[in-house]
Design a protein around this ligand. Structure first.
Ligand SMILES: Cc1cc2nc3c(=O)[nH]c(=O)nc-3n(C[C@H](O)[C@H](O)[C@H](O)COP(=O)(O)OP(=O)(O)OC[C@H]3O[C@@H](n4cnc5c(N)ncnc54)[C@H](O)[C@@H]3O)c2cc1C
Length: 393
């Protein structure tokens, strides 16, 4: 058992990074430095609310982080595994005993869709959601808006805009495709009540975006003064550009203890991690337990005790449909949908409770280290043999 404190550097202060930092700092066995480009925590799950102005989608790190975590406002530009150092955009470097890679995910506007990069408004980052908010401030209420992407973010964004009195068309090859049939019907009913026009099917793929319209694959043209792009996810390239092995999307490839396949001193978590190449659904639902697990893996390695395999329970897909309705799709433990959902006001209530609880869990871990626990998820058939024990240093 090591008696000196481990210096752990966490790159990324999102759901997973904050949870990992609090878990390690509170153990008394680590000194944690958290690197994040912004001085405030971004509640990404409320960015669609920021766009219409009913939430600011930020929280003060002072209330979320363990008071002894050192917050460095900077961006990691390169990881140098052989030197155990991180190079920051400011030119400074940070040495570490262990590194937690928690850079999260972002949206993806495809270059192949003509005009999309120029005219579409993505909403997966704070600055993007603020830019959309400014644009909406100038836009007359009846002006047509198109939301591209029938996934959960697209549904939440379209409904929030419609509930704010906007004229919205939601376009996607399939809307709410990850839900059960009854769950999909619930979402469709709620969207109809808000007068959201739904255009879906193979012909609904967007082929071009212009300043005042979008063109679809079937040749139809939809008037659109503002086009919001929610389809597609990507991840920062930091792992790949640092020479670390990633999956095809760029998530850092790890074993089931969340340890990099290249380097036992690097542990990945949240949306940016691909344990055994079988990543969990990108979500804060998985991000929080993955963050706690990453912290535990570092502490186990530092203490020369076996690190355990990751186990994440996925319960539900929680979707707000405006402020007064929602659909909470219950999931099996393997993250496939059950034929059961909670809809209407009850769905909205559960969703709002979940959003608040994510913040409470991070705060709780800062105040009472080790307090965040989750039941075990299903057994995983990880294909990458786990390095349970630390290498000799
Ligand atoms: C509009 C919207 C609605 C959503 N709704 C839901 C929902 O209802 N439920 C749900 O479970 N999920 C939802 N998600 C997805 C969820 O927000 C993400 O899956 C979650 O934020 C992932 O957590 P994370 O900690 O892995 O990464 P993030 O929250 O993305 O945090 C990563 C952090 O790392 C920082 N970072 C990135 N690169 C660097 C670098 N080089 N150096 C230093 N720092 C860096 C980023 O700035 C960020 O602060 C939604 C997403 C969006 C956009």
């Amino acid at each position: 058992m090591s008696t000196t404190k481990c210096h752990a550097v966490v790159i990324g202060g999102g759901y997973a990074g904050v949870m990992a930092a609090n878990r390690m700092q509170g153990s008394g066995k680590a000194r944690v430095t958290l690197v994040n480009p912004r001085p405030t925590f971004v509640e990404r799950i409320r960015l669609h609310q920021l766009a219409v102005g009913n939430d600011d989608a930020i929280e003060d790190y002072g209330s979320l982080l363990h008071p002894d975590v050192e917050l460095t406002i900077d961006t990691a530009e390169r990881i140098l595994p052989s030197e155990r150092r991180v190079v920051l955009a400011s030119g400074a470097t940070l040495g570490y005993d262990y590194l937690v890679y928690a850079v999260g995910s972002t949206g993806h506007v495809p270059a192949a869709v003509r005009g999309a990069a120029e005219h579409a408004y993505p909403i997966s980052e704070l600055e993007q959601a603020r830019r959309l908010r400014s644009r909406l401030a100038d836009l007359p209420l009846p002006a047509p808006i198109t939301v591209v992407g029938g996934g959960l973010t697209g549904i939440e964004t379209a409904s929030e805009l419609a509930a704010a009195g906007r004229r919205v068309t939601l376009v996607g090859d399939a809307i709410a495709a990850t839900l059960s049939k009854p769950g999909r019907r619930s979402v469709a009913r709620q969207l109809s009540r808000l007068r959201v026009t739904m255009v879906e099917g193979p012909g609904a793929a967007v082929s071009a975006v212009a300043a005042d319209h979008v063109e679809l694959a079937d040749g139809s043209v939809l008037p659109s003064e503002v086009t919001v792009w929610t389809a597609g996810f990507s991840v920062p390239r930091l792992a790949a550009t640092s020479g670390l092995t990633t999956d095809s999307l760029g998530r850092l490839l790890t074993d089931e203890t969340l340890t990099s396949v290249d380097d036992a001193r690097i542990v990945a978590t949240g949306d940016a991690a691909a344990p055994s190449g079988m990543p969990f659904r990108m979500s804060c639902q998985s991000g929080l337990p993955l963050g706690a697990h990453a912290g535990d893996t570092v502490l186990a390695r530092w203490g020369h005790t076996p690190a355990s395999d990751v186990s994440v329970p996925m319960y539900a897909q929680c979707i707000s449909v405006g402020r007064d309705a929602g659909t909470v799709q219950l999931q099996r433990s393997d993250d496939t949908p059950r034929n059961f959902y909670v809809g209407g006001r009850a769905g909205a209530f559960v969703k709002e409770r979940v959003c608040r609880q994510t913040i409470q869990w991070m705060r709780g871990e800062a105040r009472r280290p080790g307090s965040y626990t989750m039941p075990k998820g299903p057994e995983r058939t990880g294909t990458i043999p786990s390095r349970h024990l630390p290498e000799a240093s």
